[in-house]
Ligand binder design. Structure first.
Ligand code: PMP
Length: 368
């Protein structure tokens, strides 16, 4: 759309222009009801229909099985770092509260730190010493016999590693996989037979920041520690259809528009094909270039977040400035990694990735 930049931000990030346009058209009076969605009672029939549609579309898009509940919460993925242990770490009767954490980047480091407030944490595997460039195979994880769950971050937004398959832990272990999928939810299918809880902040692939999605298997709802705040108790949120407290109504409405947009893209299967094509184009270009480099093990490179370095880091600022002049913005890498990062979530069109590569070629030529 006119005046729009190609925005490679890691989050909050670009939303489909169609969605923003529809929200603009419906801003003053949603479906002729005389009110903005922001002004509606969350208990009224208008918002009730928006909420029900959002739940139904999300369930359809991700093929969420009937024995899983979808919760719309608040506080972001960082709040879930505490909410997960509060709801789960005490679930194994007769054991002291304990959980396994697999550390594959900065976000999983943060998750395990927070969990230590609520129980014992075992680091089942960590790639920190190797600079977070790969994902250790399940066979190498040192899982505990008495853990309530094993926590993973299935796409590490900063270092750019992604699980391309949901790992399978032994069904008889008594443990269950919990996945922080904030930065790749809805970009690919989720194998719910291998996971008990999936959570995600909304501000990458879902909608505005503030909304947090939790998908939880129903047998995992009833184990909250007594200290768990009522508003963060999954059972209570679930029984109240995510309306125990006033939900982030406008954010849910926008998320619902994004879900409908996704259905028009052929659903998760359709968007996954597009995401594979975009990522492949960019990684192939990086691998073919002597000027730029991505060091992540090709087997676990993220389709969503592509960090790359200029071999000559003194050119970083010039790169960012020239990119901006071309309408390619938010390419600066996270300070922990340096260099650049292109986040190419669902809403980034192929044309945006092509424009980035064309610019990178030209920048390399003019830097020689
Ligand atoms: N986990 C991952 C994988 C993330 O990318 C982020 C945000 N970038 C977070 C957790 C933290 O999310 P929030 O700021 O929404 O709490």
């Amino acid at each position: 759309a006119a005046g729009r930049l190609y925005n490679f931000s890691a989050g909050p990030s670009a939303l489909p222009a169609e969605v923003l346009q529809q929200a603009a058209d419906e801003m003053l009076s949603w479906h002729g009801c005389g009110m903005s969605v922001m002004e509606m009672s969350h208990r009224g029939k208008e918002f009730g229909s928006i909420l029900a549609q959002a739940f139904a579309d999300l369930r359809e898009l991700l093929a969420v099985p009937d024995n899983f509940r979808i919760l719309f919460m608040q506080g972001g993925a960082i709040a879930e770092n505490a909410i997960v242990p509060m709801n789960l770490i005490g679930r194994r009767a007769g054991f002291t509260p304990k959980a396994d954490y697999v550390v594959t980047g900065t976000w999983s480091i943060k998750s395990q730190e927070e969990a230590r407030k609520y129980g014992e944490v075992n680091i089942a595997a960590s790639t920190e010493a190797q600079g977070f460039l790969s994902i250790p195979p399940v066979a190498e994880w040192r899982l505990s016999d008495d853990a309530a769950y094993v926590h993973l971050c299935t796409n590490e937004t900063i270092v750019g590693v992604e699980y391309h398959e949901m790992p399978m832990i032994g069904q008889d272990s008594g443990s269950v996989v919990v996945a922080d999928a904030s930065s790749h939810i809805l970009s690919r299918p989720i194998d719910f037979s291998r996971v008990g809880v999936v959570y995600a902040g909304a501000q990458k692939n879902i909608g505005p920041a503030g909304l947090t999605l939790v998908i939880v298997r129903d047998d995992l709802l009833d184990h909250a520690l007594p200290i768990t705040p009522t508003a963060f108790n999954w059972r209570i949120v679930s029984d109240a259809d995510s309306m125990y407290n006033t939900p982030p109504t406008y954010a849910i409405y926008i998320a619902g528009l994004v879900f409908q947009w996704l259905k028009r893209q052929g659903g998760v299967a359709g968007i996954e094909r597009a995401n594979i094509a975009k990522a492949q184009l960019l990684y192939d270009y990086l691998d073919s270039s002597a000027f730029y480099v991505n060091r992540v093990d090709p087997a676990c490179r993220s389709r969503m977040n592509v960090p790359f370095q200029l071999r000559d880091a003194t050119r970083n600022d010039a790169f960012l400035e020239a990119a901006r002049a071309r309408g390619l913005v938010q390419l600066k890498g996270h300070k922990l990694v340096g260099g650049m990062r292109a986040s190419i979530y669902n809403a980034m069109p192929l044309a945006g990735v092509q424009a980035l590569i064309e610019f990178m070629r030209e920048f390399e030529r003019t830097s020689a």
